[in-house]
Ligand binder design. Structure first.
Ligand code: 5GP
Ligand code: ZN
Length: 114
């Protein structure tokens, strides 16, 4: 999508601190970190939100979780723990309309609502 900030990051038109990249997935540091480690893991395919996932995306979502595990290991938070968040839609607080998985860690996370 032309005016999507994350698509611009994928195309390297907007700079970011990339921590992982393959043919289908890219992960980079959040510009406004909510924790010492705050990574956004996204599909390169422009999927606006969780509700737009199709049956054909099932493998991709599984691969995203494998990548999250790998990054957690690389950044040495696998043992201590971390949190993965997907905000969806208005009530979910989603601001960027390109599916993204927040990987948060590096401290005891607060504000637990579930
Ligand atoms: P949402 O609120 O949609 O779940 O999360 C969007 C996230 O994207 C926010 O945490 C925000 O800080 C991050 N973000 C927005 N624009 C940029 C950007 O241009 N670069 C990076 N690295 N992160 C961004
Ligand atoms: Zn996009």
């Amino acid at each position: 999508m032309e005016d999507c900030i994350f698509c611009k990051i994928i195309k390297k038109e907007v700079p970011s601190q990339i921590v992982y990249e393959d043919s289908q997935i890219i992960a980079f540091k959040d510009i406004q970190p909510a924790a010492p480690i705050h990574i956004l893991v996204i599909p390169k395919k422009h999927i606006p939100s969780l509700i737009n996932l199709n049956k054909e995306d099932e493998l991709l979502v599984g691969q995203i979780y494998t990548v999250i595990n790998k990054i957690a290991e690389d950044l040495k938070i696998k043992e201590k723990g971390f949190r993965v968040i997907v905000n969806c839609g208005k009530d979910g607080g989603q601001e960027v309309e390109h599916l993204h998985f927040h990987l948060l860690g590096g401290k005891q996370l607060g504000e637990k609502i579930v």
